[in-house]
Design a protein. Structure first.
Length: 256
């Protein structure tokens, strides 16, 4: 049940005026929560007539004009594509490990001491978003869950996942990133987190069988054929009933 003060505030903040009569309070006191009242006011003709000038209609879509990228290539090309990516990320892991994950100057090594908390807070938000998605689909994580963090980097997300699962295995192609991930996990006293190097696609066969795979802002750094090859190999490492929760860019303007 809502109070008269709550109803009055909703009218003022959403419609920009006070309720016009006592009948308004009588009609809305019985709502179970404020969310119900908010939806009623946002859907009202009065709200729409007052505030539609702040919205912009979209009357056409901008369609992709670049050609569809190939999703399969021969094995030698696949190996060359992955080697190129690995070379870049090995170098970044040695020079700018935090900035390579989130490319803002405050995450460069010269500034990371002042922004480390913000960096890891972003990782926590990424995990909580994934956890909510899993929960909406009836999937819970707990002490029996073996989780793989694919492309774990410096442990931005892994340090938040590990306390919620039985075992956390982070995989990355950068030795420098993995070394820092181990340090970040140790600093938090996480004994159930391990970090492992992936040098090539053959190493995927040694990924720990998992109940849950999590990956964000990782696959997008690879070409579509490499993304597909990785996902196929990752899927084979899932336990029966295992779940893959990953982010994937499906289109980029002027991609070649």
């Amino acid at each position: 049940m809502l109070t008269d003060d709550e109803i009055a505030l909703a009218w003022r903040y959403i419609l920009g005026r006070d309720p016009e009569s006592a009948a308004i309070y009588e009609a809305h006191r019985e709502h179970g929560d404020l969310e119900t009242l908010r939806r009623i006011l946002f859907d009202s003709d009065e709200f729409r007539s007052k505030y539609t000038h702040y919205t912009k209609s979209v009357n056409r879509l901008r369609l992709a004009t670049n050609p569809v990228a190939r999703a399969r290539v021969d094995e030698s090309t696949l190996a060359a594509l992955l080697a190129r990516t690995r070379q870049q990320w090995v170098a970044l892991g040695e020079s700018e490990p935090y900035w390579s994950v989130m490319t803002a100057d405050r995450y460069r090594m010269t500034a990371i001491d002042g922004s480390r908390g913000e960096f890891f807070a972003a990782g926590e938000r990424a995990w909580l978003g994934a956890k909510a998605t899993l929960a909406r689909n009836g999937i819970e994580v707990g002490a029996d869950t073996v989780c793989v963090d694919f492309g774990c980097g410096v442990g931005r997300v892994a340090v938040h996942v590990a306390p919620m699962v039985g075992a956390l295995h982070g995989y990355d192609i950068s030795p420098g990133n993995l070394e820092i991930a181990e340090q970040n996990a140790a600093a938090r006293g996480l004994r159930n987190a391990g970090f492992h190097l992936l040098r090539d696609l053959d190493d995927f066969d040694r990924i720990e069988p998992y109940d849950l795979l999590f990956s964000t802002i990782v696959l997008q750094h690879n070409s579509p054929p490499v993304q597909r090859a990785m996902l196929e190999r990752l899927a084979r490492r899932a336990k029966p009933g295992g779940v893959m929760c990953f982010q994937l860019a499906t289109y980029a303007a002027q991609y070649r």
